[in-house]
Design a protein around this ligand. Structure first.
Ligand code: SMG
Ligand code: MG
Length: 378
C-alpha cells in the first residue's frame, strides 16, 4: 500500500454538505446523455484551525456510473459522516479505513476524504501536490469534446480548442458517431494533433471490427468502449485493435486496476480520484501502474475549481505521462467558485502551490449559486 508523509491528525468540529447549481458554458453530450447544468455536492470540513473542501463528482443522474448526487448526499449524511464522529482525531489517510464497512459509494467517500485531507494539509501548511509526491510545476492540458450536433459544429469546436492552445483532443464517440468524426478531425487538423476517443461504454463485444477501423487514424487510445463490468470483453477488443485500450469506468479500485492489467483488458488507465474513492487510492493506482509499466492520465468529471485544482495536483505525479482531461475552468464555467480559476498557459496548467488544494473559495459567488446546505455535528 502506498505510504504518504505523516501529518498531524485533526479534530473535526463539523461537516457541511452544500449543493450548488452551476450552468455549463455549453451543453456537454456523451453517449449516455446531455448535461447543461450541474448539481454539485461540496463537502466542507471544519476544524478549530482550518477548513477543507472536497468536491463530489457524482452526476445529476446515475448515468456515468451508479452514483448520483442525491444518493451521495444521503449516504454521506446517514452513513459516512457519522462514522467520522466515533473515530476521534484523524487525518485524510484514515478516512478510507473508517468508511470501509460501507460498500462502494466511492464518489461520496472520495469527496469526504478530499475535504479531510484538504483541512489537514492546510493545518500543516503543505500542498496536496507536494504531499502526493508531485514532480512538476505544471502539466499539459487536454480537453474533452462532446458529441456535436453536426460534423461542421464539431470541427468549429475542436478548432477553437486548438486555437486556445489545448495540447490534446478527446472526442466523445458512440455508435453512429465514431469513424466519421475522427476521420474529419484528422483530415482537417492533421495527423500531428494528439487525439483520442471515449465511448463511455456505448459499444458491444461485437464491435471489435468497427473499432479496428479507428487504427488508421493513429489515436493515442480508445477509452472504455464496453460496459464497466465487462473486463474480459475489453481484453477481447484489445486483441482486435492496434490502438491501445484505456479503461475509465471499469477501474473502480486498485484491485480492479490490477485485475484489468493482468487480464490484458487495457494498456493505459484513466485515473479519477472520485471514481476510486479518493486521491490516496488514486495515488496508489498511479504507483501500481508505474510498477507494471502502464501509463496513466488524469480524467475529469466537469469539476469546479476545487476538484480541478486537486486533479491538477494528482496529474503532476511522474507516471501521468499522457495529457489529462485537466482543462481550464472556463472550458465548463463562465465563473468558477474559487478566486484563482485554473487557467491555460500555452496549453499547460499550473499546479497550485498553496496549502491543501491551493485554491480559495469565492464565498460570495458560492453563496449565490448555493441551493441547499446542511451542517452535521457529532
Ligand atoms: O472534466 O474535462 C472534464 C470532462 C472529461 O469527458 C470527460 N469525462 O468519461 O471521461 C469521461 C467523462 C465523464 C464525465 S461525463 C459526465
Ligand atoms: Mg471516460
Amino acid at each position: 500500500m502506498t505510504t504518504l508523509p505523516e501529518l498531524d491528525p485533526i479534530d473535526i468540529r463539523s461537516v457541511e454538505l452544500r449543493r450548488i447549481a452551476l450552468p455549463l458554458v455549453s451543453p456537454f453530450r456523451t453517449s449516455f446523455g446531455t448535461e447543461t447544468t450541474r448539481d454539485i455536492l461540496l463537502v466542507r470540513v471544519v476544524t478549530d484551525t482550518a477548513e477543507g473542501w472536497g468536491e463530489c463528482v457524482a452526476g445529476n443522474e446515475p448515468l456515468y456510473s451508479s452514483e448520483y448526487v442525491e444518493g451521495a448526499q444521503h449516504v454521506l449524511q446517514h452513513h459516512l459522516v457519522p462514522r467520522l464522529w466515533t473515530a476521534g482525531r484523524i487525518g485524510g489517510a484514515d478516512v478510507a479505513d473508517i468508511l470501509e464497512p460501507v460498500r462502494d459509494h466511492r464518489m461520496a467517500k472520495g469527496a469526504l476524504e478530499a475535504a479531510v485531507l484538504d483541512a489537514q494539509l492546510r493545518a500543516s501548511d503543505i500542498s496536496l501536490a507536494a504531499h502526493l509526491g508531485s514532480t512538476r510545476q505544471s502539466v499539459p492540458s487536454g480537453v474533452s469534446v462532446g458529441i456535436a450536433e453536426s460534423i461542421d459544429a464539431l470541427v468549429a469546436t475542436v478548432g477553437g480548442y486548438l486555437d486556445a492552445g489545448y495540447v490534446r483532443i478527446k472526442l466523445k464517440i458512440e455508435p453512429g458517431w465514431d469513424i466519421e468524426p475522427v476521420r474529419v478531425i484528422r483530415t482537417t487538423f492533421g495527423s500531428d494533433v494528439p487525439l483520442q476517443v471515449d465511448a463511455n461504454a456505448a459499444f458491444t463485444r461485437d464491435d471489435g471490427p468497427l473499432l479496428a477501423r479507428l487504427d488508421e487514424f493513429g489515436l493515442l487510445l480508445i477509452e472504455q468502449p464496453l460496459p464497466e463490468d465487462d473486463v474480459t470483453g475489453h481484453a477481447l477488443i484489445a486483441k482486435q485493435v492496434e490502438t491501445p485500450i484505456c479503461l475509465d469506468e471499469s477501474i473502480v479500485s486498485s484491485v480492479a486496476a490490477i485485475d484489468a492489467i493482468e487480464r490484458k483488458a487495457c494498456s493505459i488507465i484513466n485515473i479519477k480520484a472520485g471514481r476510486v474513492g479518493g486521491y490516496i487510492e488514486a495515488r496508489h493506482i498511479h504507483d501500481l501502474c508505474a510498477e507494471r509499466g502502464v501509463p496513466v492520465w488524469c480524467g475529469g468529471m466537469l469539476e469546479t475549481g476545487i476538484g480541478r485544482a486537486m486533479n491538477v495536483a494528482l496529474a503532476s505525479l511522474a507516471n501521468f505521462t499522457l495529457p489529462g482531461d485537466v482543462s481550464a475552468s472556463d472550458r465548463f464555467w463562465a465563473r468558477d467558485i474559487v478566486t484563482e480559476p485554473i487557467r491555460l498557459e500555452d496549453g499547460w496548467v499550473s499546479i497550485p502551490s498553496g496549502p491543501g488544494s491551493g485554491v480559495t473559495i469565492d464565498s460570495e459567488f458560492l453563496d449565490s449559486v448555493t441551493t441547499s446546505r446542511i451542517e452535521l455535528r457529532p
